[in-house]
Ligand binder design. Structure first.
Ligand code: TYD
Ligand code: MG
Length: 465
């Protein structure tokens, strides 16, 4: 029989040890182990005698058969519905993570109010704020009239029992999962075991009742949802709510979604009356653009199915350090190194004595390789002092050979640029779509050297300085 005694659980990753140690071997976090009572053996599992409990016999089904497509609950907040894949699925569980103060409670209260006003039963359980505080927030957003049912509770058994009363709610919000505790788990609230146990109980309720459940999750300093990663595996969808402190807009991003795509983003702006939807993010990201300065190029990108234009800013300046500095905000560091290496090798640029700073304006994070061409243009423009042609957008992937490779959905990118008043697009030479009808003048590049030569030709003459 296995030795029973206290176990130590890593609060960062959930790894379990029989002895305390200073560092978690699994995730490398220091001082994250805390003592927890051992979980009770799973009922029905192989017992000490080795005999198996008798199971219930159930019928197996084929892939073909009757299933109705789950009718989705549309919140009416377009940007939220876009990220969830067209509305909440009954019986599903969503986890929303984000920094403190980013607006998770605000967004969820707005979603609750919208659904409640459409006649559905909605329950909002806050474990962090009193009902008075929640009410004040709703008042501030002008949502006091919405028949949302509120509670400030933290015990999962009580919550599940209360939810079982009356008609089945369409939506239940738990704000936040880290504050919940279950009497069946012998650990302090907030520990990994408690979070996991509470999540399990709530998920079981959602699956059996058919209510949609939204769990709010705190994030740690490095942006992971705090508590065990297992919660992320247990839920149907994980969304993250992000934003830069200095900017008023927020981005809702799907990280995992069993019922939809994960590459869609929802853009919101925090106002004095809650979050308002931004249905045309390009206009927002391009606001306040300085077109007369070198080092800025507009990238025609895609976020999911939606084209989004953003400005890419580069600053290339002579360094005073032994090892030049490379700093990136909003793009991948390794990708910048790659573009720099290609420009040095094939474009003849000398950047070894220069610091390089790259910034995606407005706080958006770009993940597409299609941004390579815009990044290269911004870098060359900053280095040479050449101002890029105004009203132009850039997109194209750069290969290690220096070739400019075609990217997907060029037509949608061109259409968006044309809609926002741009006149020209600088893009890869290959690719089938011409994007006809967009009205833009198209300049095509097959190799990065052509781009460098093109920009260098616009540079002010150095000897004039
Ligand atoms: P909140 O939803 O409480 O954040 P979270 O639940 O993610 O911790 O939002 C808190 C911030 O939002 C707070 O700094 C104030 C700001 N805010 C507004 O600017 N306008 C509003 O109408 C509301 C309700 C909040
Ligand atoms: Mg909150």
């Amino acid at each position: 029989m296995a030795k029973r005694g206290p176990t130590y659980t890593c609060q960062a990753c959930g790894a379990v040890y029989h002895r305390w140690q200073g560092k978690c071997d699994a995730c490398g976090t220091w001082s994250s182990l805390s003592e927890e009572a051992q979980a009770a053996p799973v009922p029905g599992a192989r017992g000490a005698s080795g005999s198996r409990a008798r199971g219930r016999v159930f019928a197996l089904e084929g892939l073909k058969g009757e299933t109705q497509d789950a009718p989705r609950i549309v919140s009416g907040i377009g940007e939220l519905d876009r990220v969830t894949g067209g509305g909440f699925v009954p019986g599903s569980v969503l986890l929303i993570g984000g920094d403190p103060g980013i607006g998770k409670s605000t967004l969820l209260m707005q979603a609750c109010a919208a659904l409640a006003l459409s006649g559905r039963r909605v329950v909002y359980v806050s474990g962090e704020e009193s009902t008075g505080q929640v009410r004040l927030r709703a008042e501030r957003m002008g949502l006091s009239e919405a028949p949302v049912e509120l509670a400030a509770e933290t015990n999962v058994e009580d919550i599940v029992a209360t939810l079982g009363q009356g008609s089945r709610p369409a939506l239940v919000v738990i704000d936040s999962i880290q504050t919940m505790w279950s009497g069946e788990v012998e650990s302090a609230p907030g520990t990994v075991t408690q979070v996991r146990g509470s999540a399990q109980a709530l998920i079981r309720y959602a699956k059996t009742s058919g209510a949609c459940m939204i769990l709010v999750g705190h994030v740690t300093k490095d942006g992971q949802i705090a508590g065990p990663r297992v919660v992320e595996h247990m839920v149907d969808a994980v969304l993250s709510f992000e934003g830069e402190g200095a900017h008023s807009f927020r981005i809702l991003r799907g990280q995992k979604n069993r019922f939809g795509a994960t590459d869609e983003i929802g853009v919101f702006e925090m106002t004095g009356k809650g979050l308002s939807e931004v249905s045309n993010p390009s206009a927002l990201f391009l606001a306040g653009r300085d077109q007369a300065a070198p080092g800025a190029a507009v990238f025609a990108g895609m976020e999911g199915t939606r084209p989004v234009l953003v400005e890419i800013q580069a600053l290339v300046a002579p360094t005073s350090l032994g090892t030049p500095r490379r700093a990136v905000v909003g793009w991948e560091n390794s990708r910048l190194s790659m573009v720099l290496a290609v420009l040095e090798t094939h474009g003849g640029l000398r950047l070894g004595q220069h610091d390089v700073y790259l910034n995606v304006a407005g706080g958006l994070r770009v993940n597409e390789p299609a941004a390579d061409l815009a990044v290269a243009a911004a870098l060359v423009s900053s280095l040479t002092g050449a101002i890029l042609p105004p009203e132009s957008v850039y997109f194209g992937e750069i290969a290690l050979s220096g070739a400019v490779r075609p990217v997907s959905v060029a037509a949608a990118r061109l259409r968006e640029a044309s809609k926002l008043g741009f006149e020209a697009a600088l893009m890869p030479a290959g690719g089938a779509e011409a994007g006809d009808g967009s009205g833009l003048s198209l300049r095509r590049f097959g190799h990065v050297t052509e781009l460098v030569a093109d920009i260098a030709a616009r540079a002010p003459r150095r000897d004039v300085k």
